[in-house]
Design a protein around this ligand. Structure first.
Ligand SMILES: [Fe+2]
Ligand SMILES: [Fe+2]
Length: 208
């Protein structure tokens, strides 16, 4: 994909959200999180968020747009519900930033332009792949950061086993991430006229 100006706009937008972190330490952690993806996984900022046309944010830069929405929805909700004391800014920001980062390894584009899932997707799921990329970032950037809460939130972001998460949200930041992810995805569906309960029909090719 070659829409670099649009990708650059999303990178700058997400950097702005990192800059809004309330303390120097959290600001540094958030910025390193964005910088690691920009330097090592530039496709994060150009890939779609879904392989199939009926999936949410199936557009150029859809993964970056969805990620920015999840960060913003969560941070706004955190402020409205006065959750600052139970959800550290950087804990939520990094979990939201990396929640679907595994899709850079789970998706690939064929020469004919079609997007498909990789063997890594079938073997490990984008959730596990995302946790690994987050761990990679923490080690590479030498962040002295308590990573368990972020890892848990990434693991739990689909909400339950039936929807692909091995664990359900057990912390405020994990629940906020799950709800924000769902909000971004389902609003994208309904605006486009896609009924999420009707996915199996789309998969059968009846409406795609
Ligand atoms: Fe996901
Ligand atoms: Fe997501």
């Amino acid at each position: 994909m070659s829409q670099q100006p649009e990708a650059k706009a999303w990178i700058n937008y997400i950097y702005k959200l990192a800059e809004a972190a309330p303390t120097l330490d959290s600001h540094i952690a958030c910025e390193k999180g964005v910088g690691y993806l920009e330097a090592n996984y530039p496709s994060f900022f150009t890939y779609p968020a879904a392989t199939q046309s009926f999936g949410h944010h199936h557009t150029v830069c859809g993964l970056a747009q969805h990620t920015a929405e999840v960060i913003q929805i969560g941070l706004q909700t955190r402020a409205v519900l006065n959750l600052q004391h139970v959800i550290p800014y950087d804990e939520y920001f990094l979990a939201a930033l990396y929640h679907d980062a595994g899709k850079v390894k789970a998706y690939t584009q064929l020469p004919d332009g079609k997007w498909v899932k990789t063997q890594d997707s079938r073997w490990f799921h984008h959730i596990h792949l995302g946790v690994k990329i987050f761990e990679e970032m923490v080690a590479h950037e030498k962040l002295s950061y308590p990573t368990g809460a972020v890892q848990h939130a990434i693991m739990a972001h689909h909400g339950c086993r039936e929807w692909g998460s091995p664990v359900s949200p057990a912390t405020p930041s994990a629940q906020l991430l799950h709800q924000s992810d769902l909000m971004s995805a389902r609003m994208s569906d309904i605006v486009r006229g896609v009924d999420p309960l009707d996915y199996k029909n789309y998969k059968a090719g009846e409406k795609s």
